[in-house]
Design a protein around this ligand. Structure first.
Ligand code: SAM
Length: 336
């Protein structure tokens, strides 16, 4: 697909995501020693309301990924595939905290994004060291400086357990899947797919094609899961404002057409025969999964007065976690 102005506008949302992550980290909501390498001098500060939302988004995603990694030691290998990863630093954070001893981590984005990310990684020592840290338990390749390879004229990068792959998600089967397989992705290995604020920019036809590829190709293994985080509820006035703000920048939230509600998010997987799908909006996450102690700490980090606004905002973002688990061992882990 030739790159369009709309694609360029969609790519610019990556900077928003990186700035938000940086803002929450700089304010003290979360720790991430890596994000600073992906934002230029004086990145914007976000208001407390947004920082609190970012905190919930990042801790929600991280806790699912962490559980997936920690609970699967009996499997020789596991995989995480981040679709539209942008400058997400989750791989680096997890690697430095948990070692990721048997997990291969794949990230996919447009070449304009992966090339910059690959260059940043190869130039910044802390990022490069994370890639080489802790020899991998099962992945045999030795972790030496020359095991980080920049491929495809600077667009892609591979290392013992981290792979950056350029391509257009709208051509998943023809462009992305072959590159995943070339880089050692296996359809037989327990895999968690992650899409954080990405599928929402695709027409349903394209996001469904990704899910259908996963369903068809990973089915025999019976061990795969998908975590998405994205906008919902376009109909009320907050939803309309959310849509209009992006439309003013030339961006359409196309995914809202096919998946506007919590229930339709769930149905997307159920209708494809996945064993289980559950949804949680960000407000529910904040209420149920952020402990009293943690809430008290966050209040000290930054006072938040606008609770009504927070609730309203948080009701327009949701996590969906779905899995297919014919493999009994995997089912036991994933259903927990
Ligand atoms: N997931 C990252 C995070 O949470 O920090 C980045 C989110 S950013 C809002 C959306 C990302 O999806 C951008 O990096 C954009 O380039 C990528 N993206 C959107 N449509 C894409 C497509 N068709 N192919 C590849 N990447 C795409």
């Amino acid at each position: 697909t030739p790159s369009t102005n709309e694609d360029e506008a969609v790519r610019s949302t990556n900077n928003d995501a990186a700035f938000s992550r940086h803002s929450a980290v700089a304010a003290g909501y979360l720790q991430d020693q890596f994000i600073k390498h992906f934002v230029r001098n004086s990145p914007p500060k976000r208001p407390p309301l947004i920082n609190r939302g970012t905190y919930c988004r990042l801790t929600g995603v991280k806790s699912i990924l962490k559980q997936f990694i920690e609970k699967t030691p009996q499997f020789k290998e596991t995989q995480i595939v981040s679709l539209g990863a942008g400058y997400d630093t989750t791989y680096f954070v997890l690697k430095s905290e948990f070692g990721l001893s048997a997990t291969r981590y794949f990230e996919i984005d447009f070449p304009e994004i992966t090339s910059t990310k690959a260059m940043t990684i190869s130039r910044k020592r802390p990022l490069k060291s994370a890639l080489l840290q802790t020899p991998n338990r099962t992945l045999a390749a030795p972790s030496t400086a020359d095991s980080i390879k920049i491929n495809n004229s600077g667009l892609d990068l591979s290392s013992p357990d981290y792979y950056l792959i350029s391509g257009d998600l709208r051509h998943f089967e023809s462009q992305i899947a072959p590159k995943l397989l070339e880089n050692g992705f296996k359809t037989s290995v327990p895999t968690l797919f992650l899409s954080e604020c990405v599928l929402i920019y695709l027409d349903s036809e394209h996001s469904n094609a990704i899910l259908d590829w996963v369903t068809a190709n990973m089915k025999p293994s019976g061990c795969f899961a998908f975590l998405t985080y994205e906008q919902i509820n376009p109909s009320d006035s907050f939803g309309q404002m959310m849509i209009q703000n992006l439309r003013n920048r030339g961006i359409e939230l196309k995914g809202l057409v096919g998946c506007p509600t919590l229930e339709s998010q769930k149905q997307r997987y159920v209708s494809r025969g996945w064993d289980h799908a559950e949804v949680l909006d960000l407000d529910q996450y904040h209420q149920k999964y952020v402990s009293h102690e943690e809430k008290a700490r966050l209040t000290k980090v930054e006072m938040l007065d606008e609770w009504e606004e927070f609730t309203l905002l948080a009701q327009h973002y949701c996590f969906t976690f779905a899995y297919s688990a014919q493999n009994p061992e995997f089912r036991e882990i994933i259903s927990d």
